[in-house]
Design a protein. Structure first.
Length: 232
């Protein structure tokens, strides 16, 4: 199961932002987390790894990298990610969104110099955010219990195995030169972590509970394309 820039810290920060912006209650039933006794130690391991390894490296990267370069690198990885967005939008039958994804890939890869410049957004083609877990949800597959995966972070019984097909839509399985693959993956992870440093300020209270509840609420929000009924 590949670890990419969309790693655990990426997802936890983006889901917190989405949950707060959507003004949705961050509450979850105990039955959503029957494996908490397993999840908490794994969460602590991931959080410790981030605190003493990823976060310091990300801060250093951000300190020495000019903003326009940092933005450009981030745009390149987003452009690569649009391949997965396109595939999952097609699988969900979202033909309009798939067309937007196609346009983004064409314009950003060509005029945007392999995605370094996000010209597609300037043209009104806003980026989608889809994955195979959302596709399974759109097909009616329930999320199942919450689970924290070592190195990869918050997930569910549905979303965890969905990372495997998503991994085949990334470039890493197709890069035969091992040093190039490893360096590219490392830059992806560090760039993602650096771009999300400021968002950590949103996390309050019990960090584990906040991230768990925000993740579950955010996944429901995304699977249902924002049409979430507040049951709390």
């Amino acid at each position: 199961m590949p670890m990419t820039g969309a790693s655990w810290i990426d997802r936890l920060t983006r889901l917190c932002a989405c949950a707060l912006l959507a003004s949705l209650p961050l509450a979850a039933n105990a039955e959503d987390d029957p494996w908490e006794s397993f999840n908490r130690p794994v969460f602590t391991f991931n959080d410790t790894l981030d605190t003493y390894a990823l976060k310091p490296i990300a801060k250093g990267y951000q300190a020495i990298t000019p903003q326009f370069v940092e933005d450009g690198v981030h745009n390149v990885f987003n452009n690569i990610g649009d391949v997965g967005n396109l595939a999952n939008n097609l699988l969900q039958g979202k033909l309009h969104d798939a067309g937007v994804d196609t346009g983004r890939l064409v314009f950003n890869t060509t005029f945007g110099l392999l995605g370094f410049f996000d010209v597609a957004s300037e043209m009104g083609l806003q980026r989608n955010d889809e994955d195979f877990g959302q596709t399974l949800g759109a097909w009616g597959v329930g999320s199942g219990p919450y689970v924290v995966i070592p190195f990869l972070g918050p997930s569910t019984l549905r979303d965890a195995p969905a990372k495997i097909p998503d991994g085949f839509l990334e470039p890493y399985p197709y890069i035969d030169h091992v040093p190039t693959r490893n360096v590219t993956r490392a830059v992806d992870v560090v760039d993602t972590r650096a771009s999300l440093l400021s968002a950590e300020k949103m996390i309050t209270g019990d960090k584990y509970i906040f991230i768990r509840n925000a993740y579950l609420q955010n996944r429901e929000f995304r699977v249902k394309d924002g049409e979430v009924v507040d049951d709390f």
